[in-house]
Design a protein around this ligand. Structure first.
Ligand SMILES: [Ca+2]
Length: 416
């Protein structure tokens, strides 16, 4: 006797229609292998393996739901009539299902494991960054709202959907939905006010997920609703006497005239500004690379260090970059943040990103001549992946070699 079984996995996503995924086809019977691996389903149930032993018994194991699943069978996948598989020779135990297949079903049956509609998939909720009640938030930081499921592809991102405000006034922002539709980023058009309690309101009634259900923003188990999170931005006020000092050097060492030792090259005329206080709180390095930022905010704060103005940048088109850093001062005192290194960015390093296509970024020829070991190194920027601080798309990306002990900082220093 020779007949054929096909195993199908289908998951019913409440309240949508049936979604059927044919996972495996076993075309010979009795089967020769004792087990086989199956492709993984994208959703919450994943077939781990199925085993065929003796000549009529099949066991399927899966990960994911281990309760509330129903095993059903049909004789055809064309207008199938799914019936519960009951009776003798059938055992459902945890994440494992064993069935004794009865010959005579036209040589072919389809099985599915289903999460019944009275076990609905959870409603979509969100998490935010900054999180609710977070303190010390940088005034230049974006706000990200991350959903537990993707939003509907036709979702309309009106300004009312996610809205930030301070003291009752809306803060203008550009809303950006990520490619996987699971994240909305608010790019503020201006820095956030300092030492301010910012409220971000997420209106679930205006945001529909890919199941067609309104976002359960307030988490009460009913689609829709609104929730407001609150965070506090950094206090950028200074206390009298608060100052920060440090030195800025090139990442690359220079040889002395004798050629015996290498020395630090101080960078002169590098500009340091406190984020959102760039008029009142700024410093410029002297010929020795020294700077003194006074006044400086008391406590933790963020700065940008602009190497593009460095006097040393004048050789050709190479320049020192613009990087962000987080510093901490001692209120009322002068503190030293140590040495800062900026890598020289060679001419031709920055390349334009193609808006609709992936862009491969590699080192410019001048760098490869000096570092042939870097040949073949590249990074790939997906289409629409590069966003400016204000949320607009596009720009330039480059990569540059930096000695590992002389990095400019943890931020994306070489992106511009
Ligand atoms: Ca709700």
């Amino acid at each position: 006797m020779s007949f054929k079984y096909i195993f199908a996995l289908a998951i019913l996503l409440y309240p949508l229609a049936l979604e059927t995924n044919l996972l495996a086809e076993n075309t010979s019977y009795p089967p020769s292998p004792s087990s086989a691996s199956l492709p993984q389903n994208q959703d919450s149930l994943r077939i781990a393996n199925f085993e065929l032993f003796d000549d009529s018994t099949v066991r399927i194991n899966w990960t994911g739901a281990d309760t509330d699943v129903v095993i059903e069978y049909a004789n055809s996948l064309i207008d199938p009539e799914w019936r519960p598989l009951l009776g003798e020779g059938f055992e459902l135990r945890g994440n494992s299902f064993t069935v004794q297949l009865q010959p005579g079903l036209n040589g072919r049956i389809f099985l599915r494991i289903r999460v019944p509609s009275d076990s609905p998939v959870p409603l979509t909720t969100f998490a935010s960054s900054p999180h609710d009640q977070e303190e010390g938030v940088a005034v230049t930081r974006e706000t990200i709202v991350e959903f537990s499921r993707p939003l509907q592809d036709s979702v309309d991102l009106g300004q009312e959907t996610v809205r930030a405000s301070f003291s009752g006034r809306d803060l203008p922002a550009r809303l950006h939905l990520s490619r996987d539709r699971k994240r909305i980023t608010l790019f503020y058009l201006d820095p956030l006010p300092a030492s301010a309690r910012i409220r971000v309101r997420v209106d679930g009634d205006l945001l529909t997920d890919d199941n067609g259900r309104a976002l359960d923003s307030d988490g009460d188990g009913i689609p829709g609703g609104t929730r407001t999170i609150e965070f506090k931005t950094l206090d950028l006020a200074s206390l009298p006497g608060t100052a920060v000092v440090g030195r800025v050097f090139a990442s690359e060492l220079a040889d002395t005239e004798s050629g015996e030792t290498s020395v630090n090259v101080p960078l002169e005329n590098v500009t340091i500004t406190v984020d959102a206080k760039d008029k009142e709180m700024k410093a410029v390095t002297d010929a020795n690379g020294n700077f003194r930022l006074y006044p400086a905010p008391a406590g933790r704060f963020f700065v940008h260090i602009d190497g593009r103005t460095a006097a040393n940048s004048t050789s050709g088109d190479a320049y020192y970059p613009f990087v962000g850093k987080a510093w901490k001062s001692i209120p009322g005192e002068e503190s030293d943040v140590g040495d800062i290194y900026l890598p020289l960015v060679a001419n031709g390093t920055l390349q334009n990103i193609q808006p609709d296509d992936s862009t491969s970024i590699s080192f410019p020829d001048s760098v490869l001549q000096e570092h042939p070991e870097l040949n073949g190194v590249s990074i790939n920027v997906p289409p629409n992946a590069l966003l400016n601080d204000d949320g607009t798309r596009g720009g330039k990306v480059g990569i540059a070699p930096v000695p590992p002990d002389r990095l400019p900082g943890p931020r994306n220093a070489l992106l511009a």
